[in-house]
Write a protein that binds this ligand. Structure first.
Ligand SMILES: [Zn+2]
Length: 446
């Protein structure tokens, strides 16, 4: 379903100087600084104020339930779009879900999507998402108070704030700002949008799902506002048996595109976000638990989960109550808005960098066995004016060695023995903005 605005060219807007300038690398610091904890707080308060956003809650009221919440979220995106000369296409994507465990009767699960089209490569999309829906102790309770302030109004507020900040700039590639529904009932909204992306031929290079980005005091007694976790799958869910055989001989167990997206986010934090270090977690998600990046992985797309480092289980999926001196419930008082703002800034700069960079190199391959040299080759991509080779010891979590090469599609690293390192290639734009690193072969392809 496509009910959003089409972008229109407004000469007047183009005349307003600083408006909609093409983002440069040096703008990334301004983008990080422009994220407002005050606006994030207001949005989380508004979302918590809908009483419940349970997927099965009522949809007719304008003040309570998931219908009111998703209409408000869409209206905010429409307002952001109006402020940037209709730079966003805002629309719903939905499907009827029925006959599953947590959805006994048919219900329409509705996602909200806003796309800021790229100027050079409009079908290449990088996406930020959060969840609209909430839950309490009983997963089927769709009537009682379920503010879901941290889980996941925090992520959804981050999506809106990123749209506000980034819509002031133009990018080569497109950015999608997304609110997903049906997460708690079984990751349905993510599956619906992943199917929509495939049907519509989206070249979806990155999904950055945010789920709980506002809690700094963990149930483990640790208070920490200087780290964030990024979860990523190690090998692709969609890997075939033949691809798995190739990986067994050539490596790639820790170099899925999702994992290299996680490394990219880690580097963004180091460069642009003061007092924030990314803890990359080499695991799909928390142990035995789920999130909305997963359906995108299952559809073959690179996708990661960003979240707080220290969770508090008494403050998520809980009825609001006092018990043994503990105040249970996912209420607004437990959210740290400065921290949510910092993680939102991490998202915003990552999106700016991904959309400002060329697409990752295609068809990357490697050769060099029984030779002192290693040769990487790839297909050139639109918008790249140079490429960068990367390598690292096989036990290193991050890329440590780099060599910039020109506008070529093959390069030989002399006296760098293929057996001893993992290798990859990234593309670099004329403005010096770099794509994620692509590990050779199907294991690492974006
Ligand atoms: Zn949850």
């Amino acid at each position: 379903m496509h009910t959003g605005f089409k972008p229109v060219f407004l000469p007047l807007m183009a005349a307003i100087g600083s408006f909609s300038a093409v983002a440069q690398e040096q703008d990334f610091h301004d983008i990080a600084a422009a994220v407002s904890s005050t606006r994030i707080q207001q949005d989380i308060e508004t979302l918590a104020g809908f009483g419940t956003r349970h997927t099965l809650s009522e949809t007719q009221s304008e003040t309570r339930g998931i219908g009111a919440a998703r209409r408000w979220f869409k209206a905010e995106l429409d307002r952001i779009s109006a402020d940037c000369g209709r730079c966003l296409e805002v629309f719903y994507v939905s499907d009827i879900i029925s006959g599953v465990n947590r959805i006994p009767d048919p219900v329409e699960v509705v996602d909200v999507v806003a796309i800021q089209r790229g100027t050079l490569d409009p079908n290449r999309i990088v996406m930020m998402s959060g969840d609209i829906d909430s839950r309490i102790s009983n997963i089927m309770n769709f009537e009682s108070e379920s503010p879901g302030a941290n889980d996941n109004a925090s992520g959804l507020a981050g999506v809106l704030e990123s749209a506000r900040v980034l819509s002031k700039y133009k990018f080569d590639g497109s950015i999608a700002y997304v609110g997903l529904s049906g997460e708690e009932q079984g990751l349905h909204g993510g599956a619906i949008l992943a199917a929509y992306a495939i049907e519509n031929g989206w070249n979806l290079d990155a999904v950055i799902n945010n789920d709980m980005i506002g809690n700094i005091t963990g149930v483990n007694g640790v208070t920490n506002n200087t780290t964030a976790r990024v979860f990523s799958e190690g090998t692709r869910y969609v890997e075939t048996e033949e691809e798995a055989r190739q990986r067994r001989f050539e490596g790639g167990e820790v170099d899925s595109p999702s994992r290299n997206l996680a490394r990219y986010i880690d580097e963004v934090a180091d460069r642009y976000i003061p007092n924030l270090d990314v803890m990359m977690i080499y695991r799909l998600d928390r142990f035995g638990r789920g999130g909305h990046h997963r359906p995108f992985n299952e559809a073959g797309f690179p996708a990661v989960r960003i979240m707080e480092t220290n969770e508090n289980y008494t403050q998520q999926h809980q009825d609001i109550r006092e018990e043994n001196g503990i105040s249970y419930g996912d209420v607004i008082d437990h959210v740290d808005f400065e921290y949510a703002s910092k993680l939102t800034a991490l998202n915003a700069v990552t999106l700016a960098s991904l959309a400002g960079a060329p697409p990752p190199p295609a068809n990357v391959s490697i050769r060099g066995q029984v030779s002192p040299d290693t040769t990487l080759s790839w297909e050139k991509v639109t918008g790249a004016t140079s490429y960068r080779l990367h390598w690292r010891l096989t036990t290193s979590p991050v890329w440590t060695n780099h060599r910039k090469v020109g506008d070529v599609d093959e390069f030989t690293l002399e006296n760098v023995v293929i057996d001893n390192y993992y290798f990859g290639v990234s593309s670099v734009s004329a403005r010096g903005i770099e794509s994620p690193v692509v590990f050779p072969g199907p294991a690492g392809a974006f």
